[in-house]
Design a protein around this ligand. Structure first.
Ligand SMILES: NC(=O)c1ccc[n+]([C@@H]2O[C@H](COP(=O)([O-])OP(=O)(O)OC[C@H]3O[C@@H](n4cnc5c(N)ncnc54)[C@H](OP(=O)(O)O)[C@@H]3O)[C@@H](O)[C@H]2O)c1
Length: 277
């Protein structure tokens, strides 16, 4: 079956990015625009999409490069099917699909209602499923590349993230199984697992973070979305499955080979906060 599927360059490639109007998705869209890719970003809010498109325009490599935005709620299966069909008719089948739509509202388990759990699963795992299933048959015709965005919380469950971690673990499982199936069609699959990254979404996340969660992540550093975007493009060039920017690669190995050390560290941080209360 040969080696890994890699992206050999981004110039002239057509890329669809969900969640492309802000944070990591926008930084990726801008970097791809600079690389000469045709980029279509998708998200719900029109104003943020239009502002993001204006930023991408400033990064375009050349005249004639197609940069566009479309409104889309990834949680709505029928809407995703329709909007993706329209986008394929208008721009063509994407060479690369990047699922980056998402958000986090950390809290104690007992404060996370069924509605939040439902929405979290819908945006992260159903969202990725919806876009991949809308485009897979087309992408199979000539191969391509799919990236789903998980998180370090996709391989380690951390205090305060019961709904989020459940959905991001699911994204890794989905991506791993899909990578195994898609390879025969010339489609590569990666999963992006960023650590804490300084985005508008992260600012919202901090509003509800329990002190124990803050204590665990304290000192872990904060990446810039541009650094995550650079790591993502590097990972696609290598055809890596798990793309772990910054400390994420080290955390993955730590969790895998020394899980007791990760538990010890987080229990200490939790105990410190409990004593202070
Ligand atoms: N920042 C971090 O520390 C961090 C760490 C690990 C993983 N991640 C993951 O990285 C991804 C991007 O996060 P970010 O921090 O860059 O967030 P962000 O700045 O809040 O951007 C999120 C993007 O997703 C879009 N979006 C949200 N819900 C959507 C929906 N239902 N349908 C379509 N688009 C939707 C938003 O636009 P609209 O709201 O207008 O739709 C926006 O474009 C997420 O999957 C997040 O879980 C982030």
């Amino acid at each position: 079956m040969g080696g890994r599927i890699r992206v050999r360059g981004f110039d002239g490639k057509l890329v669809f990015i969900t969640g492309g109007s802000s944070g990591i998705g926008l930084a990726t869209a801008r970097l791809l625009a600079r690389e000469g890719a045709d980029v279509v970003i998708f998200a719900r809010g029109r104003e943020r999409l239009e502002n993001a498109l204006a930023e991408m325009e400033r990064d375009r490599k050349r005249e004639g490069q197609r940069l566009a935005c479309r409104q889309l709620d990834v949680t709505d299966h029928h809407q995703v099917t329709r909007v993706m069909e329209e986008a394929v008719r208008e721009f063509g089948t994407p060479d690369i699909l990047i699922n980056c739509a998402g958000r986090a509202y950390p809290n104690y388990f007992e404060n996370i209602g069924y509605e939040q759990f439902d929405e979290t699963m819908k945006v992260h795992i159903y969202g990725a499923w919806n876009t991949v299933s809308a485009l897979y048959a087309r992408m199979k015709e000539r191969g391509g590349y799919i990236v789903n965005t998980s998180s370090v919380l996709g391989f380690m469950g951390i205090f305060g993230y019961t709904d989020y971690a459940a959905s991001k673990f699911a994204v890794i499982g989905f991506s791993e199984a899909l990578r195994s199936e898609a390879k025969r069609h010339g489609i590569g699959v990666s999963v992006l697992c960023p650590p804490d990254t300084d985005t508008p979404g992260f600012a919202v996340e901090n509003l509800t973070k329990p002190p124990e969660t803050k204590a665990i992540s304290e000192g872990g550093g904060l990446l810039q979305p541009e650094e995550v975007a650079e790591a993502l493009l590097r990972g696609m060039r290598k055809g890596s499955f798990l793309i772990g920017p910054g400390s994420a690669g080290m955390l993955y190995r730590l969790k895998r080979f020394f899980p007791w050390l990760v538990d010890l560290f987080s229990e200490r941080a939790i105990r410190k906060v409990t004593k202070e209360k």
